[in-house]
Ligand binder design. Structure first.
Ligand code: PXP
Length: 401
């Protein structure tokens, strides 16, 4: 007979009647699976401070997490699952999910770990683990909000995503006074210290912020990768070939625009863009195309030979109603899936902020986010390093990290 030990480290964490309902469901699940049938599982509920301590002590990760699972395995004892209820509550609110079912899904996640699954080990491991998680969760889920949690679990990727930080607007402040400071070169170093996986600069036709000197020096000093955003022009292609950034992102540019207004139009330009991609690739530079979230655009990106697509999230970011936001999110989701299926690497960016990053970061096909304005704005108050770190944390959290 399956045995379940439940410990509440802080009494006020879970209401007794809900705890009872949880206990019944978990016991039902344990009794249905051969690995659990004859062993005891210990389930501990705690707060963020406790789980942070445990995460640091046993996994060397000095931050709070939602669930930890320890396989102890002796004849009668299988292992222990530790859940931060405060984190579960906060995350369920952040993702708009039913708390009871979200907490249940975290417990199931811990149980599946006890069966030996580890989403961090191996290319197919997240997929295999998710399959078992969904099977278990469907067996015991509460009715309310169940489908939304299933959808969330399906979309969540366990692989951490990268964050490339755009430092253009440090140069915007410099140019506001035509002063020698603040220097985007120093900012590039600081964002790396905050955990950025890459530095992005947009060399615009009017040089309103970033200048050639900035690009040259940033390339020299950074340890991660340089991503150069630029319009398609002979002058810029030659400059890129001289500098050799890791990646060039081709964007459209209208002289009077405040910021990039939309994705690159590939229709009718396939031959021309294919030639530019080939030229940049020949210089050892990867090419990304900034595109609206449309299936056709992804197909054309493949046709012109680009390695990467950056899906434009600006319309999602600016949506004024919840309905419009969900519609735009679904467009990004679909475009990401199509692009990945076509063998393209998927990035996303524009208008992403601390408030709207969650649902976009949970799209598993997206490997990297390109974010500038919101991070530089926050940096005015908290400093660049912390601003980057906070954004990274939100991205990792959306991935279940
Ligand atoms: N991606 C592309 C292609 C861009 O042109 C920009 C703006 O320069 C960004 C991402 C970053 O957008 P934001 O500054 O709104 O984060």
């Amino acid at each position: 007979m399956a045995n379940l030990e439940v410990t509440l480290l802080q009494e006020e964490l879970i209401e007794p009647s809900f705890l009872n309902k949880l206990r019944i469901r978990i016991k039902k699940l344990l009794s249905s699976h051969v690995a659990f049938k004859t062993r005891t599982v210990s389930l501990v509920f705690c707060d963020d401070a406790t789980i942070r301590e445990l995460n640091a002590k046993y996994l060397g990760r000095n931050w709070p997490t939602n669930v930890l699972s320890f396989l102890i395995e002796d004849k009668s004892f299988l292992g222990e699952i530790i859940i931060s209820v405060s984190r579960a509550r906060e995350e369920s609110e952040f993702y708009g999910l039913n708390f009871e079912n979200y907490l249940l899904a975290l417990i199931v996640h811990g149980l599946v770990h006890l069966l030996g699954h580890d989403h961090e080990k191996g290319w197919y491991a997240p997929w295999l683990m998710l399959k078992t998680e969904l099977k278990f969760f469907e067996k015991v889920a509460f009715r309310q909000g169940k489908e939304a949690v299933i959808k969330f679990l399906r979309r969540r990727e366990y692989m951490p995503a990268k964050l490339a930080v755009n430092v253009d607007h440090v140069a915007t402040v410099r140019e506001a006074r035509k002063a020698p400071y603040p220097d985007p070169v120093a900012a590039a170093v600081m964002v790396e210290l905050g955990g950025a996986d890459g530095v992005v600069v947009h060399l615009r036709l009017d040089r309103r912020h970033i200048k050639e000197r900035d690009v040259r020096l940033i390339k020299e000093v950074i340890k991660t990768k340089l991503i150069l955003e630029m319009a398609i022009s002979e002058e810029f292609v030659d400059f890129a070939k001289e500098i050799k950034p890791y990646q060039v992102t081709l964007v459209p540019e209208r002289p009077e625009e405040v910021t990039t207004e939309g994705g690159l139009e590939l229709r009718g330009r396939v031959k021309e863009i294919k030639k530019v991609v080939k030229e940049l690739n020949a210089a050892g530079i990867k090419v990304s195309l900034f595109l609206n979230p449309e299936e056709k655009a992804m197909e054309l990106a493949r046709k012109v030979g680009a390695q990467i697509v950056e899906i434009h999230t600006g319309i999602y970011a600016e949506a004024e109603t919840e309905e419009e936001r969900v519609k735009e999110l679904e467009k990004v989701e679909l475009a990401a899936r199509v692009a990945k299926d076509l063998g393209l690497i998927v990035h996303a960016g524009h208008g992403l902020s601390y408030e709207n990053i969650g649902p976009i970061a949970a799209i598993p096909e997206i490997e990297e986010f390109s974010i500038g304005h919101s991070i530089i704005s926050r940096a005015i108050f908290v400093g660049l390093k912390d601003a980057v770190r906070e954004m990274k944390e939100l991205i990792l959290r959306a991935r279940g990290g």
